[in-house]
Each structure stands twice: as structure tokens, then as C-alpha cells.
Design a protein. Structure first.
Length: 438
């Protein structure tokens, strides 16, 4: 059984948001109305819900947010100080959940990419947007998905035509201006990568101000035949961020996907990543790195669904936890009856640096085919004292030796970043974090 946090107030807010969007078009309104009914039935998950057993997100929302109070409005805010300076990219900015055309800039030629507000694409009857919207993220699976589907206002629609190589990455900044009060936002994204095309998409979460802010973001991605996608998520918000996110990637024949999830800061960050391998010859890699301290909680839930034969998936998530931080990893691999010749691998490795830091890890396999190669495993431990002693005997002080060993642990994830400027950015970000906070 699920219950909603401040149930009456949250439901009222969702209903009001639906009423504001009646003009999108009848088809989308029907989807919203159905999702609202699902939300009213499911509510938000409590701790007894298996998928939220270690993540009290509903209780924390109840404690830290007043859903009767409207979100603050951003005023006179220049977001460009938060932009990654070393990466030349198409820049899309959402401030308090609102798509900002004023601060966004697309530098790739129109033949390579189409980028706009998803609500605009649907309102104008874009056939690709209408074909794929709300076809992959299942509102019945989670009250947060239902909430998002019913109430979202703004989001990003990216369409890559067939046979297009997008030379410049697409950087999406989700920024909350919490200087004048709490912020609650719901955004919906849809990315469609055409046949034999390639693109790099990066999403980054930031904030300014001291007030609490919560984002509910659902992203649906379609990767066409023989297409390639590198997808990065950067969560390094030192503000009072509470975050729920679902990214559902649907892959077709011979497509290639690499996902990277970097979680370094935040109050509570819940990442749901789901890959549906709906074709043959597919290759998927999922990399995750969470470096958390203080009272940060990072929860990574992943699902890899092998639906057709002859595909490969590899997943490795690594975590370093200090202070009172808490990590959660729940990874599932499904191999359907007809998905013979599947190769699927999953690993989760963790280092605890304090007695109060905790991690709950649960790798899982569910296999209905007999001609497959699958493995999964997890480890949790501390730094090797002998290795620390060896470095110190070579004249390296204890703090530097510790940072060096932690960086070597993280390097298995960092070395897989392909984009050179982005790789340098991540390298510096992680190195500074390890030297400063661990």
C-alpha cells in the first residue's frame, strides 16, 4: 500500500497543473487525465514499498516541503556562471522548471539537430513527438512517474534525423533559483535519435539560494537502428536539492548506448535508469560514480531489459561514502525467453570511509533463457591499509595517499568518458572533490 505525502495538497497541486495545460491537445490531455487518476490511486511510495525500502523520499518531502505554498519565481538571474566553460556545446537552460529560450543557444546546424520545448512540439503537432511521448515511462509503475506525466509544464524535445553526426554535445542545465523560497518542478524530456546517427547529451543539476528545492524529471529516449548515444548526468548541487529522476532508454537493432551518472552532492538524489534492449546486436554500457559525504543520500536503481537475442550489456557502479552519507544500489537484469545469446554483466563496488556511512546494495538477475552469459556481484569494504602504508613509506603524506587511492578506485569509471574536454572536466571535478572532502 502507498500513501501520498500531504496527500490532499499534492493531489490538488497536480490537478491545478493539469487544468493549466488543457490547451495542449486532446491526445495529451487524455494521457494527463489517465496519469492523474493513477496518481490519485497510487499516491507516493512509503518505506514498505520494496523499491523504496531504503529511501524515505516521501517522508523527507513531507518534512521539508509545503505543497500549499507556490514555488518561488526566479528574478534577475543570470545562469551562465554555472555553465561548464571548457565544453563548447549546444546549451539548453531550464530555470525553476521553465524552458528559457533567452539563455539557451543552439550552435549546431539545423540539419544535425532539432531542439525545442517539448510542450511546444506537442502543441504544434510534431509527428515524432506525438509518436513517442509517454510510450515508454509507465505511470502505473511509480507514483512519481504518474505525478510527472500529469503535471509537467516544460521540458526538452531533441530530434536527431537519420544519418546525422551531431559534432557538438547538447548540454541541458536544470537550475533552481531558491533564493526567495522553495521550488518544486516537474519536467518532461523526449530525445529521439534517428537511424545511423550519433549524439552526446549531458544533463547537469545546479541551484542558487538556501531554500529547499525538489525536481521530478522523466526522460524518454529512443535510439534508432545503428545509432549511438552517449548520455551523461552530473549531480553536483551543493544546495538543498531533493531529486527524483527516471530515464528510460529504448534501443533498436545494432544501437549503441553509453550512460554515465555522476553523483557528488545533494540532499537526496534518486536515480532510476531503465534500458530496454528491443533488438538484436545492441551494445549498452552503464557507468555510475557516487562520491558522497555529510548527510547526502544517493539511490541508484537500474534495470536492463533484454528483449531480443544477441545483445550485450555491461554495468559498473562505484561508490565512496563518508560522514553520515548513505548509498543505495539496486540493479536488475531481465533476460526474456527469446533473448538467447545474451551477454549481461553487472557489478557494484563500494568503499566506506566512516563508521556512520552506509550502503545497501542488491544486484539481481532474472533469466528466462538458457543460452546466455550473465553475472552480477557487489563488494563493500574500506581502503587497503597495507597499500596506504606503502605509499606513506615512499614519502607521501596520509591525506595525499588516501586521495590517490580513492582516485584510482574512481578511475575505472572516468577512463570510459570519450569526449576529451568533458573527460578533463570530470577528472578535475572528481580529483578536487577527493582531495577536499574525503
Amino acid at each position: 500500500m502507498s500513501v501520498a505525502v500531504n496527500e490532499k495538497n499534492v493531489t490538488t497541486e497536480v490537478v491545478n497543473l493539469v487544468d493549466k495545460n488543457l490547451s495542449l491537445n486532446p491526445a495529451i490531455f487524455a494521457v494527463r487525465k489517465e496519469a492523474l487518476e493513477v496518481f490519485q490511486r497510487l499516491g507516493l511510495p512509503e518505506n514498505k514499498t520494496e523499491e523504496y525500502k531504503y529511501t524515505p523520499i516521501t517522508r523527507l518531502l513531507q518534512k521539508n516541503f509545503n505543497f500549499e505554498t507556490p514555488s518561488s519565481i526566479s528574478r534577475d538571474f543570470d545562469p551562465h556562471g554555472l555553465i561548464i566553460p571548457s565544453v563548447e556545446a549546444n546549451v539548453i537552460i531550464l530555470i525553476n522548471g521553465i524552458f528559457s529560450s533567452e539563455h539557451s543557444s543552439v550552435i549546431s546546424p539545423p540539419g544535425e539537430v532539432q531542439i525545442c520545448n517539448l510542450s511546444q512540439a506537442l502543441a504544434e503537432g510534431d509527428s515524432v513527438a506525438l509518436e513517442h511521448f509517454a510510450k515508454y515511462a509507465d505511470s502505473n509503475a511509480d507514483g512519481f512517474i504518474a505525478w510527472n506525466t500529469a503535471s509537467w509544464n516544460h521540458g526538452v524535445f531533441i530530434r536527431i534525423p537519420e544519418n546525422a553526426i551531431v559534432k557538438k554535445p547538447i548540454l541541458i542545465y536544470n537550475i533552481h533559483d531558491a533564493r526567495e523560497g522553495q521550488v518544486v518542478s516537474a519536467n518532461r524530456n523526449l530525445f529521439v535519435v534517428g537511424r545511423s546517427s550519433e549524439v552526446t547529451i549531458i544533463e547537469k543539476y545546479d541551484s542558487v539560494g538556501e531554500s529547499n528545492h525538489f525536481s521530478n524529471t522523466v526522460t524518454e529516449v529512443v535510439v534508432g537502428e545503428n545509432a549511438g548515444l552517449d548520455f551523461y548526468t552530473i549531480q553536483n548541487d551543493t544546495g538543498n536539492r531533493y531529486q527524483y529522476g527516471l530515464t528510460h532508454i529504448h534501443q533498436l537493432n545494432s544501437s549503441r548506448v553509453n550512460t554515465f551518472t555522476f553523483t557528488l552532492n545533494g540532499k537526496l538524489v534518486r536515480n532510476n535508469l531503465r534500458l530496454s534492449l528491443d533488438g538484436e546486436g545492441i551494445e549498452s554500457h552503464m557507468f555510475g560514480l557516487y562520491l558522497i559525504t555529510g548527510d547526502t543520500m544517493a539511490d541508484n536503481h537500474t534495470v536492463v531489459d533484454h528483449r531480443k537475442p544477441n545483445s550485450f550489456s555491461n554495468e559498473i557502479y562505484k561508490g565512496i561514502m563518508d560522514g553520515n552519507s548513505k548509498g543505495v544500489f539496486n540493479g536488475k537484469i531481465y533476460v526474456r525467453p527469446h533473448a538467447q545469446k545474451t551477454n549481461a554483466f553487472q557489478a557494484n563496488r563500494n568503499i566506506l570511509l566512516s563508521d556512520k556511512a552506509t550502503v545497501n546494495t542488491k544486484p539481481q538477475l532474472e533469466i528466462w533463457a538458457d543460452d546466455v552469459k550473465c553475472s552480477h556481484g557487489c563488494t563493500t569494504g574500506q581502503l587497503d591499509e597495507e597499500a596506504m602504508f606503502y605509499l606513506q613509506t615512499r614519502g607521501i603524506n596520509k591525506e595525499t595517499a588516501r586521495a590517490m587511492m580513492l582516485y584510482a578506485f574512481a578511475l575505472e569509471i572516468l577512463k570510459n568518458v570519450k569526449h576529451p574536454e568533458l573527460k578533463a572536466y570530470f577528472d578535475q571535478l572528481v580529483s578536487e572533490r577527493l582531495h577536499k572532502n574525503f
